[in-house]
Design a protein around this ligand. Structure first.
Ligand code: CTP
Ligand code: MG
Length: 237
């Protein structure tokens, strides 16, 4: 049976958040945002180990006490210039830094953004169950709900695009270790904004797993406000 590992890329700066602190450390429900993804993944009995990929110059991580996760968490200061590079570096470093993890080529890697704090155990179970032993792997995703406009350079509508069969990709995205590492090696440009697109570039078709719960990416300041409200509501249920 393959094992399941999680890898959290957290080496970005959060330019669109426009805050002096990298967004993964902004406070959310009394914790740095990244805490929530780590907590969900470390608490899952399905996941053997959780790797966090930080920027080589990250000064923030060590300001917090992460000791409650000591049995599951490995920190990798191997971030790159793009998300894809951070994931690729992290995958390569994981097997050398944690030889005891015995990561095999066929083991599953769940790559999850530090900036998706609303991800839950139920979503994790659904993803793992629906992917099963799929030969390619897949990702959580949501069908596009809004009407889509393609704009021109002057921000005027050039045309309306059909939203039929269009999905918004979320994370985790789960693929087998060797396939993902091979897909990302040499394919870490800024336009490879998720793991699935590297797999698609191999001519493969990742499975879309319909997520019906909140799991949006905190990108802009207003996303952080909404995430805070959803967390407060969940904590009172
Ligand atoms: N990420 C990373 N390495 C990078 C860029 C991004 O590990 N060089 C991580 C981010 O830390 C985040 C995830 O990839 O957890 C998703 O990326 P995104 O939401 O785009 O975060 P940022 O790149 O930090 O934000 P922005 O694009 O607004 O600068
Ligand atoms: Mg980014």
């Amino acid at each position: 049976m393959p094992n399941y590992f999680a890898l959290i890329p957290a080496a970005g700066y959060g330019a669109r958040m426009d805050h002096q602190l990298p967004k993964q450390y902004l406070p959310l429900a009394g914790k740095p945002m990244i805490y929530h993804a780590i907590h969900t993944l470390c608490r899952s009995t399905a996941i053997s180990r959780v790797f966090v990929v930080l920027s080589t110059e990250d000064p923030e991580w060590r300001k917090y006490d992460w000791s409650q996760f000591n049995d599951k968490l490995t920190v990798l200061y191997h971030g790159g210039a793009t998300r894809a590079e951070s994931v690729c570096n992290g995958l390569a470093a994981a097997s050398t830094i944690c030889p005891d993890c015995l990561i095999s080529d066929e083991d599953w890697i769940l790559v999850h953004d530090a900036a998706r704090p609303l991800f839950t155990q139920n979503q994790l179970r659904q993803l793992i169950d629906e992917i099963g032993d799929d030969p390619v792997g897949g990702l959580l995703a949501v069908p596009v709900a809004d009407t889509l406009k393609r704009g021109d350079r002057d921000a005027r509508v050039a045309q309306t695009e059909s939203r039929e069969n269009l999905w918004q990709a979320q994370t985790p995205q789960m693929f087998r270790y060797r396939m993902l590492l091979n897909a990302l090696s040499g394919n870490t440009h800024a336009n490879v904004t998720d793991d699935a697109s590297a797999i698609e570039a191999l001519g493969l078709h990742p499975k879309l797993v319909h997520n019906r719960d909140f799991n949006f990416k905190v990108t802009y300041p207003q996303d952080l406000e909404l995430a805070e409200l959803i967390m407060q509501k969940r904590n009172h249920q």
